[in-house]
Write a new protein. Structure first.
Length: 480
């Protein structure tokens, strides 16, 4: 780095806005790199837009940290995944596989739901039998669910494989077999007949509630303490196997940013929005500035018909209404993020071209340009070596200012429903929140974070631009 460039960098970092903008930009860049390195390329279509990925998450619940501001302990969301059995023993010609795990339940409310998932099962003779049971803190045990794996179909080749592409997921709160088993469990405690209609819709309350003889099921209290879950696989061939099980204890709080009405983890979507926002802003700003600069320099220096053609093109593009055109293109081509970026680029460069042209018209008669022309320098050399360096600081500052404009434009268009619904940009999160009524039903964690991130990201580049001003304009520099 030359001494002059080092002095310019020192001048830039000597301002508070330059330091703050640089620190925030590094943070933004680091998060974007992390997301690019860890998220799959098809995250939007394969994961974010796939409801099955989020089916085990609670719907429209706030972030977990709100428990710190309330004496009432909301139920935290827990997922238990077991791929290896806790114990195994030979049972006749087959095996008995036991998957067991425990949890300490301390919440002041019942879980929002309970689900049980059986992953891939492979068997060679008769289908295995699966049993899910719970040992409660009061030492009572309840058989919750029984499942006989689907038997072989005609002409099916051994080994028989079940639940490979679509695991067997059971919502325990809505399964009729679970209601029957829980009713039998209650009959032993309450000393009376219990119908499945009495337990319908109350599975979570009964399984994790304090129950005494003669007590009404409508007023159960949470039974806090240690719970033990057991999953028992009984196979009829020692070669039979399973890829494990999953048990979900649905909570009323989830993660750092909560969930939407589909159960999608909003923190995941917000993180994905960082590289998208940065990419949209930088790509749009760089291409818009490049096209506008080249057009302005050529128009101002070459003049004649070239100048007239470029200026009339700029005038036409500047006067075309952007929103109706974008609506028409989306109607024809479908909602695509790249389409929004292309439209922003096409309609973003004319304004800069007009400004750069006026600057070049003043510089073309300067001594350095006249001397280069007298020495026989070509037009391209004069434009690239003598004109561009004189306007480069202004161009750089203009590019920095263009980034937040592009980010805000994309967010605004996505909020109007003109973005790509399969890609979780911050504007798209806002749009889905508003169309789902998040504002009206109090789901603040759905709309506030993306809105604040849009403003923060725009402000980062505003800080950078303010830090660049003293570098461009020596009159604004501090006097030592």
């Amino acid at each position: 780095m030359s001494t002059s460039n080092r002095d310019l960098a020192k001048e830039f970092l000597s301002t508070g806005s330059g330091k703050l903008g640089t620190a925030l930009f590094i943070m933004l860049l680091a998060i974007s790199v992390f997301v690019i390195a860890t998220y799959p390329l098809d995250f939007g279509t394969r994961i974010w837009s796939n409801p099955k990925v989020w089916e085990d998450n609670p719907k429209a619940v706030p972030p977990i940290w709100i428990n710190a501001f309330d004496d009432f302990a909301r139920a935290e969301h827990r997922v238990f995944v077991l791929t290896e059995p806790s114990s195994a023993r030979v049972l006749g010609g087959g095996m008995e596989l036991i998957y067991s795990f425990g949890f300490d339940y301390t919440a002041d409310e019942f879980p929002s739901f309970l689900s049980f998932t059986i992953n891939e099962v492979r068997y060679f003779q008769d289908p295995p039998f699966v049993t899910l049971s719970m040992v409660r803190p009061d030492n009572t045990e309840v058989i919750i669910y029984r499942e006989l794996v689907t038997g072989p179909r005609q002409d099916e080749v051994l080994p028989i494989i079940r639940y490979k592409d679509s695991p067997k997921r059971v919502n325990l709160g809505g399964a009729s077999l679970v209601e029957t088993n829980v009713a039998r469990f209650l009959e032993d405690i309450l000393m009376r007949d219990v119908s499945t209609r009495e337990v319908e819709g109350k599975i979570e309350e009964i399984l994790l509630g304090s129950i005494a003889a003669g007590e009404q099921l409508e007023s159960l209290e949470v039974l806090k303490g240690e719970y033990l879950m057991r999953v028992r696989f009984v196979t009829f061939d020692q070669r039979d196997s399973t890829e494990g099980v999953k048990f979900v204890l649905g909570g009323s709080v989830f993660g750092l940013m909560g969930t939407d009405i589909i159960g999608r983890d909003l923190m995941v979507g917000l993180l994905y929005g960082f590289p998208v926002a940065l990419g949209i802003g930088i790509i749009t700003a760089v291409l818009t500035t490049t096209i506008g600069t080249i057009g302005g320099i050529v128009s101002g220096y070459v003049g004649g018909k070239t100048d007239t053609a470029l200026q009339r093109t700029s005038d036409i593009l500047s006067n075309i209404p952007l929103l109706p055109l974008l609506i028409f293109l989306i109607f024809i081509l479908g909602p695509r993020l790249w389409l929004v970026v292309v439209v922003l680029i096409i309609f973003g460069w004319p304004g800069l071209t007009i400004i750069v042209r006026s600057m070049v018209l003043q510089l073309r008669s300067g001594q350095s340009v006249e001397a280069a022309r007298a020495l026989g320098a070509s037009r391209s050399r004069i434009m690239s070596k003598h004109l561009f360096p004189q306007i480069a600081p202004f161009i750089f500052a203009q590019m920095v200012f263009t980034v937040p404009g592009a980010i805000l434009a994309e967010a605004g268009l996505s909020f109007l429903g003109l973005g790509d619904p399969s890609i979780p940009t911050w504007g798209q999160l806002l749009q889905s929140g508003f169309t789902s009524g998040a504002v009206y039903i109090g789901l603040w964690w759905w709309v506030l974070p993306p809105g604040l991130l849009i403003v923060l990201t725009a402000m980062i580049f505003v800080f950078l631009a303010l830090g660049v001003e003293p570098v461009i304009n020596p009159k604004l520099r501090r006097v030592a």
